[in-house]
Write a protein that binds this ligand. Structure first.
Ligand code: C2E
Ligand code: CA
Ligand code: CA
Ligand code: CA
Length: 278
């Protein structure tokens, strides 16, 4: 030991030091982001394969940083989850989504349900109460909101999670399981949860229809979802080939760049007024 490991340690510590500094900088700037008006939501349509219409939207968080420009959630959500500021960010997202739904309603725009992403840390006993307060504040019907959760939540203490889910569903909110297939949920496990929608992760859509393994996984997920009477949404759909394959499988909805990237609210509204998407 001793001297022979020192250069390596020094090398790593400098690299890590830089990562830590970057992390700390993001952390402190992120704390001020909501108050500074630097956060915004983009919306991406979910398209029905049956009607070709937009039947939903996913709200995706963006951070407009004064120096860095538009920062992707892939960069700052993990930091926010680690530091706990995800609560403040998550609350801002729910509030803003409801505020936008209310704006659209007041402008006479017929809006499909808007899905917001929830981190596991937001999913506590206080969530139903917080949701009820925001819905009330903006006079938004719970049917207008869908909550996208991930499998990591299901493996945590199941009873508490199921109780909170049941409370949310009883209020009229719908639950979607995001990134399905990347975790460990089995058919038997999944049916314990009041989840109405499964989203097939982009990782399995990418290889359709050429990668045999991806085809098999997509087919298994759709079959399973049909048995559980769940709606099935495929995410990350980029090509006509993928669309055709997923339609033949019996997928209900598609989401992806083939239809639209996530766009600002005003652009999404224009898309909605335009009608057909397919
Ligand atoms: P996600 O929930 O799986 O969202 C889908 C991501 O895939 C989005 O990335 C979207 O822009 C991207 N995407 C959609 N269609 C396509 C496609 O056809 N091709 C490709 N290559 N990508 C596509 P985005 O907006 O960068 O968000 C990344 C992740 O950050 C989200 O993954 C979600 O986990 C998280 N996130 C975003 N907004 C929020 C939020 O408000 N709260 C929380 N907790 N997480 C969020
Ligand atoms: Ca999502
Ligand atoms: Ca997803
Ligand atoms: Ca994903």
């Amino acid at each position: 030991a001793g001297t022979s490991t020192e250069p390596a340690l020094l090398f790593f510590s400098e690299e890590m030091n830089q990562r830590v500094r970057e992390h700390l900088r993001i952390e402190s700037e992120l704390r001020d982001a909501p108050g500074n008006g630097e956060l915004l939501l983009y919306y991406q349509p979910k398209v029905s394969l049956r009607s070709g219409r937009i039947v939903g939207a996913e709200a995706l968080l963006r951070w407009r940083h004064p120096v860095r420009g538009l920062v992707s959630p892939g960069v700052f959500i993990p930091v926010a989850e680690e530091t706990g500021s995800i609560m403040a960010l998550g609350n801002w997202v729910i509030e803003e989504a409801c505020r936008q739904i209310a704006r659209w309603r007041d402008a006479g725009v017929a809006m499909p349900p808007v899905a917001v992403n929830l981190s596991a840390r937001q999913f506590d006993r206080g969530l139903p109460q917080r949701m009820a307060a925001v819905l009330e504040r903006h006079q938004v019907h719970p049917g207008q909101i869908m909550l996208e959760i991930t499998e990591s939540l299901l493996v945590r203490g199941a009873d508490t999670v199921i109780a909170i889910m049941n409370e949310l569903v009883a209020m009229g909110l719908a639950l979607a399981l995001d990134d399905f297939g990347t975790g460990y949920s089995s058919l038997a496990y999944l049916k314990k949860f009041p989840i109405s929608t499964l989203k097939i992760d982009r990782a399995f859509v990418v290889g359709l229809p050429h990668e045999e393994n991806d085809c098999a996984i997509a087919r298994a997920i759709v079959t399973m979802a049909q048995q559980l009477r769940q709606e099935i949404v495929a995410e990350g759909v980029e090509t006509m080939e993928q669309m055709t394959f997923l339609r033949e499988l019996g997928c209900d909805q598609l989401q992806g760049y083939l239809f639209s990237q996530p766009v600002p609210a005003a652009d999404f509204e224009r898309m909605l007024r335009g009608g057909q998407c397919l």
